[in-house]
Design a protein. Structure first.
Length: 354
């Protein structure tokens, strides 16, 4: 009678990791020192053409791949660009970063991101940190004042502004014509027949917000009376700010961004205010939260990813050829959807006390 033998699992031998070719190996194969190999690969000094040919032949034969970071440091470069944004929780900025990142990857660079949390006083130190470890810096919607921007950009370090233009300073910048965009919104409201409008204002230090407000002088020509209501930048800010607005005689509300407008709209729904029958609502940025909020919001579409791409390309040119550029403006579009309509002619709802 035979006894069953236990099963034995035979595992194949673990594959050996390929041996990494070093700069010393290349030097030995070419008959030169590692320092000479480094000079050939980095282009930091003139090398005899015959020696350079031997080094390049050894690189090809051995399959040597230089360390990009080490090469950059040898040239005094980090291979990294820095980006400063005010608020990573705002969907606006990740889209901008996506555009910047695509450009950085194309040029073999990494991207380092820092956030100021909407604190203008923190921005200067953050920018200086980025300057110490990045080849160029992109400031996205910086909140710091003109004097600080002037001082930082006077240094011998490539800097590009996104969503900020500083008149009188020759700083490469890419932005949106926020005045023109808000003027389009005002024209749309006037055509619908609105006369009294509330604007839920953005952060006090935001240049983009001040540009929006500048458009209201033009709005007077449309016959609009616009009340600026201090608000913020988040949906919570919009939710909290709308109470007093609803007790006024306005027939339309425009928010600094879509988040504010959607927060205000959520509070309106709780109070039984119907949009657009009882109140027209208009946002800014077109952040595409329709599936989440079930609201097809009238808004201004800002090409966020394109802004990031154009800003990244501008920074790359500045780092490589030192080319300055006049401020550029990306296209924008008013997208009329379901939350704007002619004002009511019947009395407004009686709203509960807060």
């Amino acid at each position: 009678m035979t006894q069953d033998l236990p099963e034995v699992t035979v595992r194949p031998p673990r594959a050996q990791r390929p041996v990494r070719v070093t700069i010393t190996d290349v030097g030995a194969a070419a008959g030169v020192s590692p320092a000479t190999v480094s000079r050939v690969l980095n282009g930091t000094a003139k090398v005899d053409p015959a020696l350079a040919d031997r080094v390049n032949s050894a690189v090809r034969e051995l399959g040597y791949r230089p360390n990009a970071a080490a090469q950059g440091l040898a040239r005094g470069e980090w291979g990294t660009i820095g980006v400063l944004v005010p608020d990573l929780s705002n969907p606006y900025f990740p889209d901008v970063l996506k555009g910047v990142s695509a450009v950085a990857r194309t040029h073999g660079r990494r991207m380092m991101v820092m956030e100021s949390d909407e604190d203008p006083s923190a921005e200067r130190e953050l920018v200086e940190d980025l300057m110490r470890s990045c080849d160029g810096v992109l400031l996205c919607s910086p909140r710091m004042d003109r004097t600080e921007i002037a001082e930082l950009t006077s240094r011998d370090h490539p800097v590009v502004l996104v969503n900020r233009v500083v008149p009188g300073l020759t700083i490469p910048s890419i932005s949106v014509d926020f005045v023109g965009a808000m003027t389009m919104v005002c024209g749309h409201l006037a055509q619908l027949g609105h006369r009294k409008v509330a604007y839920l204002s953005g952060p006090a230090a935001s240049w983009a917000n001040s540009e929006r407000v500048r458009a209201f002088d033009t709005a007077k020509a449309f016959g609009l009376e616009i009340t600026v209501v201090p608000c913020g930048s988040t949906s919570e800010h919009g939710y909290e700010a709308i109470g007093d607005v609803l007790r006024s005689e306005v027939t339309a509300v425009c928010g600094y961004n879509d988040l504010i407008t959607l927060g205000a709209l959520a509070r309106m729904r709780e109070l039984g205010v119907r949009v657009p029958r009882d109140m027209t609502m208009i946002g800014f940025d077109d952040i595409s939260l329709d599936r989440v909020t079930h609201t097809n919001l009238t808004t201004v579409a800002v090409p966020r990813e394109e802004l990031g791409r154009l800003g990244g390309e501008m920074l790359e040119r500045l780092m490589t050829v030192g080319q300055d550029s006049e401020p550029r403006y990306a296209r924008m579009e008013l997208r009329v959807r379901d939350t704007s309509a002619a004002p009511r002619t019947t009395p407004r709802l009686n709203l509960p006390e807060q």
